[in-house]
Design a protein around this ligand. Structure first.
Ligand SMILES: [Mg+2]
Length: 256
């Protein structure tokens, strides 16, 4: 998709791909042919610029047809560069204005409880969004309302637009902060599939009536070594001849 446009937030997308794989192929309950099925788990992408990664997951999940992949970012496409609920099946919210996903998640989780639904709300947010006050207001209210049907997933790639998140406005010790706000807080290697599966299972099975958060330490550009080490990774510049090399590196790293 990014190669079609010659650009894209591929650093974030590659970093979070493992988290999305576990979300869509282990944790989430949904019906690919019926994205609005009332019993579905909701997956809220508050980081709208990560849409390219979610489109890939939705294509793999059978929610979106693969043929649309090459329309990414074009006029009239259902796959705009930033995620928009009105455009794309499976895209629950319009993200990015950053910092609003968790607040929307709190409202949805409350609504589902009132409807006596057993569906869960997942919200994928970024470490940069932990610098947004609204995120912490939502965290407070989720614990206050005992939202055991809300699971936040923080993509902790230690990167935001202007530099490393821990240098811009540190949220460390991040696990302790969430726990102090009343959440079940876990921190895992977000590129370790087994660790992710265990953390998602523990979050879902946890019996106390409190919201849950999984902080995922991820590596930007994961799986493409020559990009992983590139210094400015918030918006990776990829030369035209590098796209094929990147795809080759991903293929070489594919599990057997
Ligand atoms: Mg980040």
């Amino acid at each position: 998709m990014a190669a079609v446009q010659g650009q894209g937030y591929i650093g974030q997308a590659l970093g979070v791909a493992d988290v999305l794989a576990v979300s869509y192929f282990h944790a989430l309950r949904y019906r690919p042919a019926d994205p609005h099925w009332e019993g579905r788990d909701r997956f809220l992408l508050s980081i709208g610029h990560y849409a390219i990664a979610l489109y890939a997951a939705l294509i793999e999940a059978g929610v979106l047809p693969e043929e649309e992949l090459e329309t990414y970012g074009s006029d009239g496409s259902r796959l705009p560069m930033s995620g928009m609920a009105a455009y794309t099946p499976g895209m629950e919210i319009t993200g990015g204005s950053l910092g609003h996903g968790l607040g929307i998640g709190v409202g949805m989780a409350l609504g589902l409880k009132r409807k006596r639904s057993d569906a869960c709300v997942y919200n994928l947010l970024s470490d940069g969004e932990l610098g947004e006050g609204a995120t912490w207001e939502a965290a407070l209210s989720a614990a206050h309302h005992r939202l055991d049907n809300l699971i936040a997933i923080v993509d902790f790639n230690n990167q935001q637009a202007d530099g490393p998140s821990t240098e811009m406005l540190s949220s460390e010790p991040v696990t302790d902060k969430w726990a102090a706000f009343g959440w079940l807080a876990q921190r895992v290697d977000g590129n370790d599939m087994a660790a992710l599966v265990a953390a998602f299972d523990a979050a879902r099975r946890h019996s106390a009536d409190q919201p849950r958060v999984i902080i995922c330490d991820t590596r930007m550009c994961k799986g493409v070594p020559f990009l992983e080490t590139r210094e400015v990774t918030h918006f990776v510049r990829v030369a035209p001849e590098e796209w094929d090399k990147a795809l080759e590196a991903l293929d070489a790293g594919r599990p057997q």
